[in-house]
Design a protein around this ligand. Sequence first.
Ligand code: GLN
Length: 454
Amino acid sequence: MATQLVPAATILLSGHVGVSSKTSLGFVRSSLSGNLLNFSREKISTACGRTAIRPIVKCSVQVAEGNTTSVKRPYTTTDSRLVLEDGSIWRGKSFGATGTQVAEVVFNTSMTGYQEILTDPSYAGQFVVMTVPHIGNTGINSGDEESQECFLGGLIIRTLSPTTSNWRATEALSDYLEKKNVMGISDIDTRAITRRLRQDGSLVGVLTTDSSLSDEDVLQMARNWSIVGKDLISGVSCKEPYEWKDSTGEDWEFSKAAGAASDTFNVVAYDFGVKHNILRRLASYGCKITVVPSTWPASEVLKLNPDGILFSNGPGDPSAVPYAVETVRDILGQVPVFGICMGHQLLGQALGGKTFKMKFGHHGGNHPVRHLPTGRVEISSQNHNYAVDPATLPEGVEVTHINLNDGTCAGLTFPAMKVMSIQYHPESSPGPHDADPAFYDFVQMMKNNKQGQS
Ligand SMILES: NC(=O)CC[C@H](N)C(=O)O
């Protein structure tokens, strides 16, 4: 091992700690400890003349004996490209997997929860631009996964945290993405991309680390691809039915679930790309859950004599999966049903309505939704690019919720058919848990239905 001098300014930038009067000049001598980065604190003068305490980063780099540098020559500051279908090219640094990937680019405004986003199967076919500029600092832990895989196309971020600092973390984000074969690109002007997407709408892009591909080749690849009309559900759904038992932990005990759990309800959950916390919340509300693949026939599901059926969230264009709409239609009216996100869009179609593609969709953790019957406003987590057009719904179907940012339909009910659905995510906890009572409402619908039958 040898000691290496590392420019302090570089360390400070990558450590996301601002400018320190002491260490912005000169070099920091790294130790031989083998730890990548160590923090300490010091007094600094801020731009406005005040004094503040900021952490500073000291860097220790392992360098093998006789090998003075591990940096590849010629030096490059970028080794990955994102090419959008509008012809713009964004150069940055690769992390996670390498290769070439095409997907639709969407932006997510959540301040936290990158791991839940990475493992939400509804992002299949999409690159997620995180608008929060610093990603990776809390690492990865096994408790926050929303599914076992990362189905999204890739992750586009401003800055990748060089350190992982969380007591639950077992792994660094870049190692995890490499293992999951998901590409990431950092050092991208995510604000500029977000503004472009807000103005022009979602765009298809290609992410590549392959320097043998010309910009023109990559651009053509982006222009030849579309997410519209593709069945992405079949790529993420389970292959065989299974029982789900796990429930949420004590951090969710504030909710009505504890009281509702006195009865047991048999629920069949259609897996269109189901997020695990949906299943955990249902289990906490006293449901015994059987998860079935997206293609499981309605007749087989009804043979299980369920008290209720869940139609889960899922990726892609809801109008591209007529087989799933058919299944939902075969079930309508027979048992209480609850649709979440893709499930809501499938229910809307099964009831006779149509879905449409939104300009750039809703992806974030603070979308206000109004429950029209009560006027109650929920702060919700959302992830969708399509919506149900209420004007196309038949009489009897009521819009129960609207998104207050743009007035789009965020929930439906059709009491005669025992249907309820919401376009957003009651299982998420982006801070508030305002939408959790939706599970309670589903349980009440099953309870009332059971009592009506007896
Ligand atoms: N989260 C979801 O279920 C998303 C539904 C659908 N893929 C959409 O983008 O609208």
